[in-house]
Design a binder for this molecule. Structure first.
Ligand code: ADP
Ligand code: MG
Ligand code: MG
Length: 244
């Protein structure tokens, strides 16, 4: 699904990613861990094309297509979803209407008509039941006055509704409390299938008690310096990063 080869990227002339290689197949959950400042968020931003980092070498193929040639919206429309560390508040726009607009933007890019009211409602029903989201939540203004847990719930609900092929969840600096941790991990576990893949970026091994990754990678100083299975996360929890 995703094939990153020798990726180099930086900002303002400073190299941050120094040759990243990563292969993610459909059905897999990958976790990236590593010390603060190692380049984890930079990697997720470069994959989604969200910020104007300068890519100086390498490639990112998504289903065989070069992502680096695509605008962020095109990447999203192709099925890449990224969680928001700092979600925007949109007063007057409900969660439900925001989602409908996102879905329709996505459909438009594929040359499809707007989702029908019926189909949308059915989907809302299915996904909100799956994620245990209450009805009144859907009519609230987007992110306005949301607690940390509610923001996370909204994000996971958005992911469920958009049904991305690749979901990237960068949780590093968001200080997930136990509530948010459960919401995110339950959501990911319920939405996991053989056709989609998840990349979880986290500072905390604790998240990986709930989301069991197939592979764990350590990103330090712009490089993936070690890869392994979930046992690697436990080892990191115990020994820190210095031994690597
Ligand atoms: P991590 O997510 O692993 O903590 P980041 O990708 O956020 O790491 O940061 C990697 C390095 O790049 C850090 O040294 C950070 O200061 C720098 N960096 C990231 N984003 C920017 C930016 N927008 N401007 C300047 N430096 C940045
Ligand atoms: Mg950081
Ligand atoms: Mg980060």
């Amino acid at each position: 699904m995703l094939s990153i080869k020798n990726l180099h990227a930086g900002i303002e002339g400073k190299e941050i990613l120094k040759g990243i290689n990563l292969e993610i197949k459909a059905g897999e959950v990958h976790a990236i861990m590593g010390p603060n400042g190692g380049g984890k968020s930079t990697l997720s931003n470069v994959i989604t094309g969200r910020e104007d980092y300068e890519v100086t070498g390498g490639s990112i193929l998504f289903e065989g297509k070069e992502l680096l040639d695509l605008a962020p919206e095109e990447r999203a429309n192709d099925g890449i979803f990224m969680s928001f560390q700092y979600p925007v508040e949109i007063p007057g726009v409900s969660v439900s209407n925001f989602l409908k607009a996102s879905i329709n933007a996505n459909r438009k890019a594929k040359g499809l008509e707007d989702i029908s009211a019926r189909e949308f409602l059915d989907k809302v029903k299915e996904k909100s039941e799956l994620l245990e989201i209450k009805k009144d939540f859907l009519s609230r203004s987007l992110n306005e006055g949301f607690s940390g847990g509610e923001k996370k719930r909204n994000e996971i609900f958005q992911m469920a509704m958009l049904e991305p092929k690749l979901a990237i969840l960068d949780e590093t600096d968001s200080g997930l409390d136990i509530d948010a941790l459960r919401i995110v991990s339950n959501g990911v576990n319920k939405l996991k299938s053989k056709d989609n893949a998840v990349l979880v970026i986290t500072h905390y091994q604790r998240l990986l008690d709930y989301i069991i990754p197939d592979f764990v990678h350590v990103l330090m100083d712009g490089k993936i310096v070690k890869s392994g299975t979930k046992e690697l996360a436990l080892e990191l929890e115990e020994k820190g990063y210095d031994w690597i």
